[in-house]
Design a protein around this ligand. Sequence first.
Ligand code: AMP
Ligand code: MG
Length: 352
Amino acid sequence: MAEIMKLSSDGPDQAMLERAGRVLKEGGLVAFPTETVYGLGGNALDPGASEKIYKAKGRPSDNPLIVHIARLSDLYTVAAEVPEKALKMADKFWPGPLTMIFRKTDAVPDKTTGGLDSVAVRFPSDPIAQGLILAAGGFVAAPSANTSGRPSPVSASHVIEDLGDKVDIIIDGGEAVIGLESTIVDFTEEPPVILRPGYITREKISTVIPDIRTDPGIIAENSDIRPKAPGMKYRHYAPKASLSIVEGPEEEVVGLIRELTHDSITKGKKAGIIATDETCAKYTEGNVKCIGSRGDEEEIAHNLYTVLRAFDDEEVDVILSESFDSPGMGQAIMNRLLKAAGHSILYTGGKT
Ligand code: AMP
Ligand code: MG
């Protein structure tokens, strides 16, 4: 079993960080908190460590890892070309929940990038993450610390559930503040392209890069187009139950979810409902989870994976979720939900 190391985000114990950093330097694996979700860390410049990460997660080896740094100057060790626009983005959003993709240098092993000649880089803001990265020598490859296919972990207990016997140390730094993965922007193309929506919305990015585009492969209606980020093609973030998203005017959505929940229960199935503070009281059957207020996207994003994991624990058979389309972070929330649902959407008007 992994050693559980408790650290606080305000002033993590330096000696403990050094010890965890040494484990990484020696090729071991350390799971650690970041402001987005928990990461499964290995030395990004060591192909053996990357291989261990894929194995521990059961992750397909063509799905590249994000390299985490904790000093802007370290970017030049892994990125061969850093366009001016990317530096502007770094200036505004780093450290923080933004991942940028560049052409890679030879310092980055092919194993880390899944054979691609580009590398994804992030500079997280969490003090534990920063301290660990520096203690490890500056470059930590870290995908989300979940078993491939399960919802991303936002607390140490989620990591223990999935990887407790597969890593050397799990750092427990409490709940991840954001709870949703970083926004990924590809700078190997001009104009740059958003490959994965996240906490940093397109609107915020366009204040720095007015001609920013979104990869058509990540938009639900175009699901036959291959997304450029290899990880976006998998049905991941998924709960064990079959999940459907119900779309339509609020009153009709509530009506249809009530009806489908009742049907499932009649058939002897266990049904879960993802509702909002505004609608929760309107459901009288099923395991109802209030994910947050419609007016507070950050709260909804923060609770999403915890709710999906809770349904796994309760062993529900079907989950019916309200829809969370909104111009800002709603895009990122819907992207994750759609992937969790394998793109199963039910429209209240009868369209499917
Ligand atoms: P995770 O760390 O689990 O959040 O997953 C990392 C995401 O970044 C996956 O969707 C990867 O496919 C994507 N990614 C990492 N490196 C690259 C790259 N060089 N080009 C495109 N996408 C990448
Ligand atoms: Mg992941």
